[in-house]
Design a protein around this ligand. Structure first.
Ligand code: MEV
Length: 308
């Protein structure tokens, strides 16, 4: 039996814009997803025959790299699915980690590259930020050119993502899950159609890229008031791109008095928001009073790892 786990993530700045090659910043969080595998007489997932319906990520990982016989695969997750906390990237990365460990050749860079391929196959459109963050841990900064602490370059069609590791201060973040499951692929497509036909949308994507750069500086300087202002602006721009949701706005508004700032995180359309705060318990209560489910999380350094 072999086990491998990967952390969830939250995007601090730049979701959606990163799909178009703009800058983005994500951090791994201290909630993980564990995948266990052992040889079996047939492929199973959590005790049932494995099918690609419903759980396409695991089947796609197997199709992509597995050369051995049938496996019984079991997952245990602290991450809600389709809630903007990176559960699909964590499941892909942990499964790829498990499979590469079982057949020899565990390599973070390879897992990050294959993880991106899995997300692309399942979602059709994606950037590599979620999978690289689940793989590497810490904070991951995506830019258009190579900078210090460079991890790897991932390319697709004419797009290039230069992925970097960033040391950021330990931060407590409250994630507010609306409970509304929203798939990433259709939301990414919606933004893509808007950007193709609107100069205003193109401008918003570029502004999100600039906000990410300022946001990273403000985080490094521990100027959390500035970080909060930028989060709010990023949230408004994501609403402008059409991926907001009225519940997310309600949560963002409700936590404002006790937070530096708050914004939608991940694909949107429901899913989750994040708040940066020194009062996580109170902020979690404010979110729950509005009908959300709150998770208090911390930034996490450890990426994909073999657990046994
Ligand atoms: C989803 O967590 C982030 C998006 O930018 C999609 C992606 O980057 O693959 C919406």
């Amino acid at each position: 039996m072999t086990s491998c786990s990967a952390p969830g993530k939250v995007i601090l700045f730049g979701e959606h814009a990163v799909v178009f090659g703009e800058q983005a910043l994500a951090t791994a969080i201290n909630k993980r997803l564990l995948v266990t595998g052992r040889p079996s007489s047939e492929f199973t997932f959590n005790g049932r025959p494995l099918s690609n319906e419903g759980k396409p990520y695991i089947g796609t990982c197997l199709d992509l790299i597995w050369k051995g016989g049938p496996l019984a695969i079991v997952t245990e997750s602290e991450l809600p699915s389709a809630a903007g906390m990176g559960s699909s990237a964590a499941v892909s990365v942990a499964t790829l980690g498990l499979l590469t460990q079982m057949q020899g050749g565990f390599s973070r860079e390879m897992i990050a590259r294959k993880g991106f391929e899995v997300e692309l196959k399942v979602q059709e459109r994606a950037s590599p930020i979620d999978t690289t963050t689940a793989c590497h841990g810490s904070a991951v900064f995506v830019t258009k050119k190579k900078e210090s602490d460079f991890l790897w370059l991932i390319e697709k069609d004419e797009k290039q993502w230069f992925l970097h590791s960033r040391d950021i201060p330990k931060m407590k973040i409250v994630v507010g899950d609306t409970g509304i499951k929203a798939s990433t692929g259709p939301l990414v497509d919606k933004v893509k159609d808007y950007v193709r036909t609107s100069e205003r949308a193109k401008g918003m994507v570029k502004e999100i890229g600039r906000i990410t750069l300022d946001g990273l500086d403000a985080i490094k300087n521990e100027d959390f008031s500035k970080v909060g202002e930028l989060m709010k602006r990023n949230h408004d721009l994501l609403n402008g791109l059409g991926v907001g949701h009225e519940l997310l706005d309600r949560f963002v508004e409700a936590v404002q008095p006790l937070s530096y700032g708050a914004k939608l995180t991940g694909a949107g359309g429901g899913g989750s928001m994040i708040a940066l705060t020194d009062h996580p318990t109170e902020v979690a209560s404010l979110i729950e009073e509005q009908g959300g489910k709150a998770y208090i999380v911390e930034t996490e350094r450890e990426g994909v790892r073999i657990d046994g």
